[in-house]
Design a protein. Structure first.
Length: 299
């Protein structure tokens, strides 16, 4: 059973978009996934996003996605919201993934904007509605035009918010003005999907984060959020500024690459990457170490 949630924070406040651990030969590492999930929840995460881009969803099979959800729900499903990525650029396939995630025990769905095909807003509306209609699970939209090519328009967000199961949005649009209007005009719980903008998005109405750097600094993210909620702007800003080297270092290249490298340096389950992603060079690894050290991360 999913942990308690509210309409304001349907998936908790601090969530990490979890990598998918692989074994040395590139197979799915379910034991490693369970250990990493426990580690992240122990560090303060109220939710985990599986099978997203950070989980290398483009290169995992449908069967692997379902296996991963089952394993993580078994490990932490009584303590954290397990949200499964179900979005693709094929609506029928997305519906199939949504139903499979529900059967595997997921507590919610993450549905990314269809990528590459660049549908119009009416296509986005129908796509997300089809996913939300397919199961009884709550849905978090994922607006990331830098990857998908098409933003979810404010009017589309407002219309989608009328659906009883579309309850949240993960915002990686990088536009605080549009976010402000969409938050004000919809009932959706707003989650920052861009770590550098975690604190600024809180200031315009976001309720929490879906983080990549949460693999390494979840306690600090929670402390920043709690300071903001308590009205301690100076403390929240201090933590944000302390984490700037981490935000920068983790995105000098593709975030999955740096996250798996950092986890390996900490002795946490991660494993290799699947092509077309490749490991950091020795020089990049040294730079990552410097960045993380500057942000107070212990390796």
């Amino acid at each position: 059973m999913a942990p308690t949630s509210t309409s304001q924070t349907p998936f908790g406040r601090v969530l990490t978009a979890m990598v998918t651990p692989f074994t040395a030969d590139g197979a799915l590492d379910l034991d490693g996934a369970q250990r990493l999930a426990v580690h992240l929840v122990d560090a303060g995460n109220e939710g985990l996003i599986l099978n997203g881009t950070t989980g290398e969803s483009p290169t995992t099979s449908d069967a692997e996605k379902a296996q991963l959800v089952r394993a993580v729900v078994e490990a932490v499903g009584d303590r954290a919201h397990v949200v499964a990525g179900a979005g693709t650029n094929d609506t029928r396939h997305s519906v199939e993934l949504a139903r499979a995630a529900e059967q595997a025990g997921a507590h919610g769905l993450l549905a990314v904007t269809p990528y590459y095909s660049k549908p119009p807003q009416e296509g986005l509306l129908r796509h997300f509605t089809a996913i939300a209609d397919a199961t009884g699970l709550p849905v978090m939209l994922y607006d990331i035009p830098g990857r998908s090519g098409v933003p979810i328009g404010t009017e589309t967000i407002v219309r989608l918010a009328e659906h009883p199961r579309i309850v949240a949005n993960k915002d990686a649009k990088g536009d605080l003005g549009r976010a402000s209007w969409a938050i004000a005009r919809s009932r959706l719980a707003w989650y920052s999907g861009d770590d550098m903008l975690n604190l600024p998005l809180l200031s315009v109405g976001a309720v929490g984060f879906v983080s990549v750097v949460g693999h390494l600094v979840s306690p600090e993210l929670r402390a920043m959020l709690e300071a903001h909620l308590a009205g301690d702007v100076a403390k929240a800003t201090e933590i944000h500024q302390k984490l700037l080297p981490v935000f920068t270092g983790m995105f000098r290249t593709q975030g999955v690459i740096t996250t798996k490298a950092a986890l390996a340096l900490q002795g946490q389950p991660a494993g290799p990457l699947r092509l077309p992603l490749v490991e950091l060079t020795p020089e990049e690894t040294e730079q990552l170490k410097r960045d993380l050290a500057a942000g107070g991360v212990q390796l």
